[in-house]
Design a protein around this ligand. Structure first.
Ligand code: THU
Length: 124
């Protein structure tokens, strides 16, 4: 599966977003090392802050199915990941992130997206 194909999967997933408040539909498709594709969408709530981003639903689903940080190769997202999701991308240990940003397709590492990040080593 190419990064382009994974982004196409994210695009298709975005159509299933539940975003009646923002009307901003986001899809995320994550490729695992064993070749699975796990998709997520943003899920909003009338109590606005309780909404969940597409990236977090994708990774929460993957972890619920037994995947763990380090099992992921690429995350493709239909939008530029928010700050909180950049922290999640770090934690999940993806090698690279491919996302749409203003008509461009950008590829970056989690470290480029969130340098000097907080991680478990700082908890010691
Ligand atoms: N959103 C995501 O799903 N992922 C991001 O990284 C950026 C923002 C969602 C949250 C909300 O449902 C909508 O986009 C508008 O902010």
């Amino acid at each position: 599966m190419t990064d382009q194909e994974l982004l196409a999967a994210a695009d298709a997933a975005a159509a299933r977003a539940y975003a009646p408040y923002s009307n901003f539909h986001v899809g995320c498709a994550v490729l695992t090392r064993d070749g699975r594709v796990v998709e997520g969408v943003n899920v909003e709530n009338a109590a606005y802050p309780l909404g969940v981003c597409a990236e977090r639903t994708a990774f929460s689903r993957a972890v619920s199915e037994g995947f763990r940080p380090g099992d992921f190769v690429v995350a493709a997202i239909t939008a530029s990941p928010c700050g909180g999701c950049r922290q999640w991308l770090h934690e999940m240990g993806v090698e690279r992130v491919v996302f749409r940003n203003g008509g461009r397709v950008v590829t970056m590492t989690p470290n480029e997206l969130l340098p000097e990040s907080f991680d478990s080593s700082k908890l010691a």
